[in-house]
Design a protein around this ligand. Structure first.
Ligand code: NAP
Length: 485
């Protein structure tokens, strides 16, 4: 039996995935870790998305590490600064921060078969080597600008919601917002009172349900501190609610109908103008695109300085945005709330596995990974928040913790004399067929959304309940892997 060793691990990214993974390894005594971060701070999407009103639409007791409950969340649905501070606090508490190398973006990662190491090149010129390579770069880290004709000809000021220009004063300006997803519905109510005129370009109307937000009172903070079970009960409630909702999203319209009613009732209550209400009524099944939660969005749209434009955009001109009816909407600024390159996963990073195989070739017909984590021919590489691990309802942190647990077990096995593990092609293929078969029955197959890639394949979402993911990732089954000693 070879002597036990601590395999070296290289993690990419300091969002909840990368930090959660590093904490899991540290807690297991596996401290041979380097974490590379392209930015200058911890936080992932919570560092990047600084638009006004940015926050989480999953309640904080659930959107937090299970082992690190925070009794002092200011609100049920926390804002980005509080979430980022929480994550930084967890990284400090568990001794992860000293392992991070900031301002270091991975350009290329290649598996060296002879030395059985991942060799990782970075933007700084520094090269890192490690036995285990864990990209934790998320699904929502690269802003996507729409390919609309004339986009670069606009003479005013333009930026993406994930790259908010805080130096540009919107006060009194004529502003176009393109997109009505989770980001837009959070910042539109914040900027509406300040701007002169807001034209909101809506390609499809989102389902919006009331957000049961609450500022936690002092007595609640005291209760959560003294009786942690009280906060865990709130966590369990939202976990259960999302599991119930997911039964609907998996293909039970009787359940998603509830969302339909909630959204309908809110529109009826908050939008008195029947023409505007008609514009804001979705024309696809509830849950197909992400259901959004906001109680202040519709009231902002009903204000006199807001116009909701549903005509399709044909062109961006130097003066503004032209729609199919020929109207040119003159504006001073355009804010693109057009989402992220969600289905490219590792994005611009070049990744090469056994025999130099390029990950882009392996994914030429769509990104896929066994349990969202391992890809045949890419040994000792484990993805966090990889393909088919996103949720229609639920906390991604719950999924990330399951992935961290699974990967930590694999790292421990590698410390017992194994050289590398490589998921068997037939195991990965069988898993992918099952996932796609089940997703075809889900509500997500019934409209276009960021869950699907250009071919229509649902590349992002997990097809089941989170409890199923918990069960299936609880223990690494070495029979699923080729093992090299
Ligand atoms: P998104 O949900 O992908 O929304 C993009 C919007 O842009 C959609 O309304 C889309 O219309 C529109 N769009 C895209 N290309 C367009 C074009 N060429 N012309 C006109 N409209 C166009 O992006 P997001 O709002 O940034 O949110 C992305 C994800 O980030 C969310 O779903 C969520 O998972 C996450 N997020 C979470 C929170 C949170 O509270 N947890 C907050 C913000 C973001 P169509 O719908 O017609 O495609």
């Amino acid at each position: 039996m070879p002597a036990a060793e601590t395999p070296s691990v290289l993690i990419v990214g300091t969002g909840f995935g990368g930090i959660g993974m590093a904490i899991e390894l540290k807690r297991a005594g596996l401290g041979n870790i380097v974490v590379l971060e392209k930015g200058d701070d911890i936080g992932g999407v919570w560092r990047e998305n600084t638009y006004p009103g940015a926050g989480c639409d999953i309640p904080s007791p659930y959107y937090s590490f299970s082992f690190e409950q925070n009794p002092l969340w200011p609100m049920r649905f926390s804002l980005r600064a509080d979430i980022q501070a929480y994550l930084k606090g967890a990284a400090d508490k568990y001794g992860v921060t000293p392992h991070i190398r900031f301002n270091t973006e991975v350009t290329t990662a290649a598996f060296d078969e002879d030395r059985r190491l991942w060799r990782v090149e970075t933007s700084t010129g520094a090269v890192y080597e490690a036995r285990v390579f864990i990209p934790a770069v998320g699904q929502l880290s690269r802003p996507a600008l729409p390919s609309i004709a004339g986009r670069d000809s606009f003479a005013g000021h333009a930026f993406h919601s994930a790259q908010w220009d805080h130096d540009y004063d919107l006060t009194g300006k004529r502003v176009a917002v393109i997109g009505t997803g989770a980001s837009a519905i959070q910042f539109v109510p914040q900027i509406q009172p300040a701007v002169g005129r807001l034209t909101l370009f809506q390609r499809s109307a989102p389902y919006i349900a009331p957000k049961p937000d609450q500022v936690y009172r002092r007595w609640q903070h005291t209760l959560y501190r003294k009786v942690p079970q009280a906060q865990l009960t709130e966590r369990a409630f939202f976990w259960g609610l999302c599991e119930f909702a997911t039964v609907g999203l998996k293909g039970n319209p009787a359940i998603t109908k509830i969302v339909d009613w909630l959204a309908l009732a809110m529109r009826a209550k908050q939008i008195k103008d029947p023409a505007l209400r008609a514009k804001l009524t979705p024309d696809y099944p509830a849950g197909c695109k992400r259901v959004l939660f906001a109680s202040n969005y519709y009231p902002a749209l009903a204000r006199p300085n807001v116009h909701v434009e549903t005509g399709s955009i044909t062109e961006i001109t130097p003066a503004g945005v032209r729609t199919a009816d020929g109207v040119e909407h003159d504006v001073d600024a355009i804010i693109y709330a057009t989402g992220f390159a969600t289905t490219e996963f590792l994005g611009p990073m070049k990744v090469h596995g056994l025999s130099g195989r390029d990950l882009r070739d392996a994914w030429s017909t769509g990104a896929r990974a066994y349990l969202g984590m391992t890809v045949p021919d890419f040994p000792n590489m484990f993805l966090m928040y990889g393909p088919n691990t996103n949720l229609g309802c639920g906390s991604i942190i719950y999924m990330l913790e399951r992935q961290a647990r699974y990967i930590r077990q694999a790292v421990q096995r590698l410390g017992t004399g194994l050289s590398y593990v490589d998921v068997r092609q037939e195991v990965a293929d069988r898993f992918d067929e099952e996932v796609q078969r089940r997703l075809a029955r889900s509500v997500w197959s019934r409209c276009g959304s960021w869950y699907r890639d250009a071919s229509g394949r649902i590349a992002t979402n997990w097809p089941g309940l989170v409890s199923e993911y918990h069960r299936r990732t609880k223990t690494v089954d070495m029979a699923d892997y080729w093992v090299t000693r």
